[in-house]
Design a protein around this ligand. Structure first.
Ligand code: CO
Length: 156
């Protein structure tokens, strides 16, 4: 267990596409545990592996109101359907001090693997759907600021 350094906007790694995970062993489990510790410390809503500098298709999203409610680990996720629309405020641990409005699907269905390589399918809506879309973008080198309207300081 360890807290890893969160890379911030301006670091080229955030613009790279992450690679498929093929290792479901100890090294990936350690990364997932470290990502959890890092997310708890930062008190964020989600974290992608690229945000700790590891180009693997992995992200965590909180399963509730805060990270203390638990997280879902998404490995090799694929959004297989989306519907509806929602507009709301987002921030990102890699873009500290800012927030902006982003339009996202209201519902998504995502298939993904867990840390042991088992496949699951999850239907999410509202906040969870937004968080999944935000983190999924990270795996393809996209930041929410690329899509945001009314980007502004969140420290006011
Ligand atoms: Co982010």
């Amino acid at each position: 267990m360890a807290i890893r350094k969160i890379v911030e906007k301006g670091d080229e790694v955030l613009r790279k596409k992450s690679f498929e995970v093929t290792d479901f062993g100890a090294k990936t489990h350690e990364l997932l545990d470290d990502m959890y510790d890092t997310l708890v410390k930062a008190d964020g809503a989600g974290l992608a592996a690229v945000q700790v500098g590891v180009l693997r298709r992995i992200f965590l999203v909180i399963d509730g109101e805060s990270v203390r409610d638990g997280v879902i680990e998404f490995i090799n996720p694929e959004i297989i359907s989306e519907s509806g629309e929602q507009k709301g405020v987002e921030g990102c641990l890699s873009v500290p001090g800012y927030q902006g409005d982003v339009t996202r699907p209201y519902k998504v269905t995502v298939k993904y693997q867990d840390r042991n390589g088992e496949w699951y399918k999850l239907k999410a809506e509202g906040f969870m759907a937004r968080a999944i879309c935000h983190e999924y973008d990270h795996l393809n080198g996209v930041l929410y600021v690329d899509k945001a309207e009314n980007l502004q300081s969140s420290n006011r």
